[in-house]
Ligand binder design. Sequence first.
Ligand SMILES: [Fe+2]
Length: 345
Amino acid sequence: MGARAAPIRSIATCRPLKACVRHGEVPGRPSGLAMLALQDDGRASNHDELMTGTHSDRLENGPLPPRAGVGLKPEHYREILETSPDIGWFEIHTENYMGEGGPPHHYLGAIRERYPMSLHGVGLSIGGSSALDKEHLARLKSLIERYRPALFSEHLAWSSHDGLYLNDLLPLPYTEETLERVCEHIDEVQEALQLRMLLENPSTYVAFADPAMSEVEFLREVVRRTGCGLLLDVNNVFVQSVNHGFDATAFIDAFPVEHVGEIHLGGHAADSDDDGSALLIDDHGREIADAVWALYAHTLARAGARPTLIEWDNDVPRWEVLFAEAKRADAAIAARRTNRIAVPA
Ligand SMILES: [Fe+2]
């Protein structure tokens, strides 16, 4: 039998994080973040009401359903509101909604009233050697209080240093020094936001010489020290396995799936290195590759059903194309539930 993961706790169930994890206390529920009953039956049907925007006192946060969700894109706002597609949940990039108002919040508020939501950050620079940007953290806190998402996640990467902001997620050396810095930053985020965040495994194109620990060992230790959960990006695992020459299935088998609160699937581009070696680029600009679907099925067999995001951020397709990818993920989850996927020994 493969490992059957215990359900991950909601971000709302552990407060304060550092205290309850490190001292073994029974976590209590924070007053400002209530648990969410899934909204499958409770979606408003009046279009005018939906277009009036978010009323955060009417929103409840709670676990995402173990179904497929998709990244919310402005290109699809109107169609989603007009057709109410059967999608489990939506995810947004927090940095796209850090302004106070305007059309993005108008549409996001209306869609949030119908669907569970996850917030995914790309700009906190969790792995950076500089202090976290307090203003960015404050804007993030406001967004969480406004939309009451089920989850908040960020990347094991760095993207800023000494006030210089880079539009990229850059790799970290897996050393004790880096580990301590990442854990300090996660402690700070979790205490500031009063939630349990998820940390996402990266896709990388270079590897550091002589790391002190593997990526999986590093992530395990981050979870142990901070109490955070993990976001497992299966496409990132596949991309790295090709770029760095390791066995993707063995990586999944070693991954601490019991701490995984969300899975990501996305498309990648095939390129080649200067020496002609295969190089995959995590571009989120196309359909998910068949090899990644196969690795996802293996992941589900190990981890059980998990909320699974279809990431498609560039060359955003028609809604029907994105919806079809989500249905494929839902079918894989349903197959796992009915044990039609073999569970590895
Ligand atoms: Fe991802």
